[in-house]
Write a protein that binds this ligand. Sequence first.
Ligand SMILES: [Zn+2]
Length: 277
Amino acid sequence: MKRILFLLLAVSALGMAANPAWNQPFPPHKVIGNVYYVGTSELSSYLITTPQGHILINSSFEESVPVIQAAVEKLGFKFSDIKILLISHAHDDHTAGSALVKKLTGARFMVMDADVPVVEAGGQGDFNYNSHWPATKVDRVLHDGDTVALGGTVLTAHKTPGHTKGCTTWTMKATDGGKSYDVVMVGSPNVNPGFKLVNNAKYPTIAEDYAKSFQVWKALPCDVFLGAHGNYYGMQEKYKKMQAGGNPFIDPAGYRAYIAEKQQAYEANLQRQRSAK
Ligand SMILES: [Zn+2]
């Protein structure tokens, strides 16, 4: 009980909305082609399978790792076949489990340049949060537009900063039923409570970074809309719908609407913060 109370206090001190419900198992499922959802009820992790081993996007919290491992195995894949670990961005709910995933799989960890210092310092140095997670050595530093290739699948790392300095949106092509689809995994367009968009000494370019990222998102071709949290793209509802047939994850209109809504929210927030000065 004391421990739980301590954890609650610690979590609220960090200001992160870490919610135990986020770590509940969720039925792992094929999204499209060689892309599978292996995340928790709320925190997205994707397994990209290839004949030469697999890529995992997002280790999430340390407590999420056993949930992700069970999901991978339930789909009939081996957790130890994960060769490459990627993340959406350097916040604890997407990367705190990375050291553990590396230890269990020996995967190479590849992270966008501006997120590397925070990941390697175990959460320290973020412009907004004071998080603590096991510091994780990065094996390859990525830059905007870099590709990650394994077994015939190529992922492209788009730097979409603002939410973190190295926030990354991943894209790839997936083939399903003889057709090719553009898959987009959004890093995060959210302006979290407490984010300073104006006069941010720790992140002076934050506002222009968000603005540029929205241009990137708007320009990306998207058939299959995915993201760092299931709630970005209505994962749970779409999973239910999929049981009735069809593939609701193919949702280009949903992607455009989501990005437009988030851009409006960002611009309104910026306006509010500017006029409060
Ligand atoms: Zn985040």
